[in-house]
Design a protein around this ligand. Structure first.
Ligand code: ADP
Length: 603
């Protein structure tokens, strides 16, 4: 509503400006016409003109006012007032053969009249044209939709091939059939197989969904129409639907081709469970459904949609005959990550000592976009350091920049704070080292980073994991609480540095209780469910308030138990922890191997 009001105000303002311009123009024209037609001159000047033979017609009134025309001046009627009596003037005029008329004389120039009579309406017409044009511009994109808009997004050749998309083999396999279909639709038609109209690419952000869609178009060598779902949803009801119509019309003209709709959830949101109605979105969705039903897939128009929120899509979109294929695009595993790093590494100059496998190992959970970013950050770092190729060191640093932020050079910690951070980090690392199910320590550092960390301990899973056991989760909590525990044991004080650890530990404990059925008290009752498959939304609670309280008690028990466990282990190993912490204080960063060596052999 607010937007509509703004728009109306804008319209009124533009209207007022143009109205004022028209009035000013009319006044000027009028003034010009009057001043061009009448001009007063001195009587002596009139006489001079008569003497020179330049006066053509004269008309005199009894009061002595004289109007006259001058030769070669088609636009002006001259006026003067006589200072002599009429007889003298008449004699003077007769002497020079100037005719005298009775009645009104005025310059009646046909061209001038025509010009004014036609010119003004034409001028008004032109002005009106500009007014309406600028008003529609003022009203934003909403009115400027049109035939050409979708064309902007059409690419004739995406230039991307499946080979450019690393990993994601299952996704590629499902999409290969679509490529084949675009190449030879008649092969499918001959056997009577119904062609799939669309496929939905589903996966977390940055996993290469857009890239895969482009690769399908690139492999099939067909045009690629691309639009984002949010672009369809316009301010005015009916605009989005018009865009959908337009897009399909153009696509059909260019068939075979691919239509790619990114963020399809923006229009395809389920209409159930929605408290507010959104007419515009519904109309757009309906139009999309109608278009999908209406076109003939044998012509070779394939629609690819992408979303990271498949659970909120309207079932109507997913039924057979629409997006009847679902292609999962997942976060890459180790081999996928390595392949993605290799693909992107090809585009930058890499030194021969670079070990991409090591980077792939240290980045579980990273998406393709993250990995591409790491390589690019590495290349930028190399340039900043004046190197002519990317070294392993640049990539390691880039990885940390992506994970933990840039080194904060101006953040100077007091020696006391630094010591606390050092104990804190060694606390994490030590527990990670001794607990049987914790991930291995890869690196410990006490260099502050921009993302708020004063230091951190990087752990790495030994192998790719898909299941997490209760023991692993308990160890994870103990390691997270180990930082604070070390401060307590070594310094006898606590600090605010553990807030992030506390958050993570509590979250893990909560999941153990509410989602994974890992407590005796609640057995296998599901008390919460995740709100989105791929995005970290708040879980949805599915229990009574009384149970919620009991959940809190259970979480407290888990946290307390692990905190005590961490304290006990660190207390028993005070000397070792101290030794490593002093070493870390001096070095600021130590690798996992160094750390293990110190624990085994001493400094
Ligand atoms: P999405 O559409 O899933 O959000 P994109 O396709 O836009 O992700 O990917 C973003 C960027 O990440 C790409 O431009 C590419 O550089 C990189 N990327 C993602 N996945 C891959 C992959 N499997 N292979 C190569 N590059 C990838």
């Amino acid at each position: 509503m607010d937007d509509e009001n703004k728009m109306r105000n804008k319209k009124i303002k533009v209207g007022i400006i143009y109205f004022s311009i028209i009035v000013i123009v009319l006044l000027l024209v009028n003034y010009g016409m009057n001043s061009a037609r009448n001009q007063s001159v001195a009587y002596s000047q009139f006489k001079e003109l008569v003497r020179d033979g330049r006066v053509e017609q004269v008309q005199m009134s009894a009061d002595g006012s004289i109007a006259f025309l001058v030769e070669n001046d088609n636009f002006t009627t001259y006026n003067t007032v006589a200072t002599e009596n009429l007889t003298t003037i008449t004699a003077y005029l007769e002497e020079y053969n100037v005719p005298v008329y009775n009645g009104y004389i005025a310059q009646t120039n046909i061209w001038l009249t025509l010009l004014l009579q036609l010119g003004v309406p034409v001028l008004l017409g032109i002005l009106w044209h500009f007014i309406s044009k600028s008003m529609s511009r003022g009203m934003g994109d909403a009115m400027s939709f049109g035939k050409n808009n979708a064309k902007i997004y059409a690419e004739n050749e995406t230039g991307i091939k499946f080979a450019d998309v690393a990993g994601e083999d299952e996704a590629k396999e499902s999409l290969e059939e679509i490529v084949d279909l675009l190449h030879n639709p008649q092969k499918y038609a001959a056997i009577g197989a119904k062609l799939p109209k669309g496929a939905l690419l589903v996966g977390p952000p940055g996993t290469g969904k857009t890239m895969l869609a482009k690769a399908v178009a690139g492999e099939a060598q067909v045009p690629f129409f691309s639009m984002s779902g949010s672009e369809f949803v316009q301010m005015f009801v009916g605009m989005g639907a018009a865009r959908v119509r337009d897009l399909f019309k153009q696509a059909q003209e260019k068939a075979p081709c691919i239509i790619f709709i990114d963020e399809i959830d923006a229009i395809g949101k389920s209409r159930e469970n929605s408290l507010s109605t959104n007419d515009e979105r519904e109309q757009t969705l309906n139009q999309l459904l109608t278009e999908m039903d209406g076109f003939d897939a044998s012509k070779g128009v394939v629609i690819l949609g992408a979303t990271n929120r498949p659970e909120i899509l309207d079932p109507a979109l997913l039924r057979p005959g629409r997006f009847d294929r679902r292609v999962n695009v997942e976060i890459p595993d180790y081999l996928g990550r390595l392949a993605i790093l290799e693909v992107h590494a090809k585009k930058v100059r890499m030194s021969s000592n670079v070990n991409l496998a090591a980077i792939a190992k240290t980045t579980p959970g990273a998406s393709g976009a993250d990995l591409a970013n790491i390589i690019n950050e590495g290349a930028l770092l190399a340039v900043r350091k004046g190197r002519n190729a990317v070294e392993q060191w640049d990539l390691e640093e880039a990885l940390e920049v992506v994970i933990a932020g840039k080194v904060k050079k101006d953040r100077v910690l007091s020696p006391k704070e630094k010591q606390a951070v050092s104990y804190h980090e060694v606390g994490h690392a030590f527990l990670a080292h001794v607990l049987p199910y914790a991930n291995e320590v890869h690196k410990i550092t006490i260099i502050p980073r921009t993302k708020g960390a004063l230091g951190y301990t990087m752990q790495l899973p030994g192998e790719e994991k898909y299941l997490v056991t209760r023991e692993e989760m308990e160890d994870e909590i103990a390691v997270a609480l180990g930082g604070r525990a070390a401060e307590e044991v070594m310094l006898g004080q606590v600090s605010s540095g553990a807030s992030n650890d506390i958050e993570r530990a509590t979250e893990t404990a909560r999941r153990m209780v509410t989602m994974y059925g890992m407590t005796d008290r609640f057995d296998m009752v599901g008390l919460e469910s995740p709100s989105g498959t791929y995005l970290d939304g708040r879980p949805v609670r599915k229990c009574s308030e009384a149970t919620e309280k009991a959940i809190d008690d259970e979480i407290l028990m888990i946290i307390k138990k692990q905190h005590e466990r961490a304290l006990k282990i660190l207390l028993e190993n005070r000397e070792k922890v101290n030794e490593v912490a002093q070493y870390l204080l001096e070095k600021e960063t130590i690798t996992g191997d160094e750390f293990k060596k110190i624990l085994a052999e001493g400094v």
